[in-house]
Design a protein around this ligand. Structure first.
Ligand SMILES: C[S@@+](CC[C@H](N)C(=O)[O-])C[C@H]1O[C@@H](n2cnc3c(N)ncnc32)[C@H](O)[C@@H]1O
Ligand code: SF4
Ligand code: SF4
Ligand code: SF4
Length: 406
């Protein structure tokens, strides 16, 4: 009896709240003035928000790490996959003045690490693309570009080597001529693959390490069985990385081409094919519950050809896409324009900070897992979701890592 009672006592005193690390208590007087329990080096603006269980202070910092620049929306190809088949944007190059404004602003972002020239167009068609790349390189930043590979003449390759562009991504949607030319309408497989070989040969000859070569492949029913061969091709070309994205259908004719969630999607690429030294970033092939936005997590922003700033590629333009066969109207989400406001000011705008917090903390519903999805009108566009978020990220396949980009 006696012993049993001791045991009960021990059980009760085992763990106590004092084991938890706690923050310091502060008293909020009637006038609302509080003193923070830590000192700040300088004046600091912060966003004060009320959360479900209290309050939060988010320091406003110009801590952008990566910027995507869309130098143009024009292109010499008409790929069957491309967003350009369903959008309403003009096909024009970025003004030099807009670019100069961006350049001035980059200097005011102390945490900026890299700038990627991409977006939805062919960057190498911009008549001043080399000046743009050189100017950003001149700031000491890592600079990348993605291209369809058609403008890689020896002269242009030499310019890229001379400026030490860090990474050059080239899109290769098939290692097979006929299939590549069918997907990339207006393209010539022989020419593009010769251009890439030339790039690598010229680098080798000049003992130049840069630009590193990256390959991007968009997987769809038409081409997915070729992925092992493509990886072999990338290996032979001495590419340093491959990005394998899934298709986001932008046109009705492509909506049945998706391969994610196919029963055999897991085994279709064959494990042996991935045994190369090429670093491959493979997209998720199954819808997973976990969500993580590469753009918001990576403190990135995108600037379109008109200088409008968006949080990501998905929110840069007006277009339609098909999410698991359902048509969705997408509207852009612009937080400001570099010709009117400075980038740090746009980045630290309270609406943008709140948007990033919502995305980072997954404070939005998930349509792709929702039982009501078939009868729900919200999914017809990204304007709003059932939690009142506007715009809505609730069906974003980038956040599911199904769609990928450099
Ligand atoms: C829009 S392009 C712009 C750069 C350049 N014109 C090119 O093709 O590389 C950027 C990347 O998006 C990929 N892409 C095109 N359509 C896509 C789609 N429907 N879903 C996913 N990625 C796509 C392209 O293959 C390319 O690798
Ligand atoms: S080359 Fe790039 S921008 Fe041009 S149509 Fe193809 S995917 Fe679109
Ligand atoms: S918006 Fe509609 S489909 Fe999406 S989670 Fe809410 S109810 Fe479900
Ligand atoms: S979750 Fe998707 S739509 Fe939302 S910011 Fe990220 S990439 Fe853009």
């Amino acid at each position: 009896m006696h012993h049993g009672g001791d045991k009960v006592k021990q059980k009760h005193k085992a763990l106590g709240a004092e084991l938890f690390q706690v923050g310091e208590k502060v008293r909020i007087p009637k006038d609302g003035c509080i003193k923070l329990p830590m000192a700040l080096e300088e004046d600091q603006e912060a966003l004060f928000i009320s959360t479900g269980d209290g309050y939060r202070l988010i320091p406003l910092l110009p801590d952008v790490k990566r910027i995507y620049i869309e130098a143009t929306t024009d292109c010499n190809f008409a790929c069957i996959t491309c967003i350009r088949s369903s959008w309403e944007d003009k096909l024009i190059h970025m003004d030099w003045e807009t670019f100069e404004n961006i350049l001035r602003n980059l200097k005011e972002l102390p945490k900026l690490e890299s700038v990627h020239f991409g977006g939805f167009g062919e960057p190498m068609m911009h008549p001043r693309i080399f000046e743009m790349l050189r100017a950003v390189k001149g700031l000491g930043l890592k600079v990348e570009m993605i291209t369809n590979g058609s403008y890689l003449s020896e002269e242009n390759i030499q310019k890229l080597i001379d400026m030490e562009l860090d990474v050059l991504f080239t899109s290769l949607d098939s290692p097979q001529e006929e299939e590549y030319n069918e997907i990339r309408q207006g393209a010539d497989f022989q020419r593009v693959s010769r251009n890439i070989e030339n790039l690598q040969a010229m680098k080798r000859k000049q003992k130049a390490g840069k630009p590193e070569l990256g390959i991007e492949f968009v997987a769809m029913k038409k081409n997915y069985t070729r992925l092992p061969k493509l990886i072999q091709m990338a290996y032979d070309l001495k590419a340093s990385q491959i990005i394998i994205s899934n298709l986001l259908p932008y046109h009705e004719s492509m909506k049945d081409e998706i391969v994610y969630d196919l029963d055999d999607a897991g085994c279709m690429f064959g494990k042996d094919s991935l045994k190369t030294t090429v670093w491959a970033q493979m997209s998720n092939m199954k819808l997973r519950t976990e969500r993580s936005c590469k753009f918001v997590k990576g403190k990135s922003l995108c600037i379109n050809y008109q200088g409008n700033v968006s949080p990501c590629y998905a929110l840069m333009h007006t277009y339609q896409c098909y999410v698991y066969g359902r048509k969705k109207q997408m509207y852009p989400f612009f937080l400001g324009n570099v010709n009117e406001k400075k980038l740090p000011e746009i980045w630290m705008d309270s609406g943008y900070v709140n948007f990033r917090r919502t995305v980072n903390e997954n404070l939005f519903p998930s349509c792709t897992d929702c039982k009501s999805v078939d009868g729900c009108n919200y999914t017809e566009s990204n304007e709003m979701d059932c939690w009142g978020n506007t715009p809505s990220c609730a069906e974003c396949l980038w956040a599911r890592r199904i769609i990928a980009c450099p």
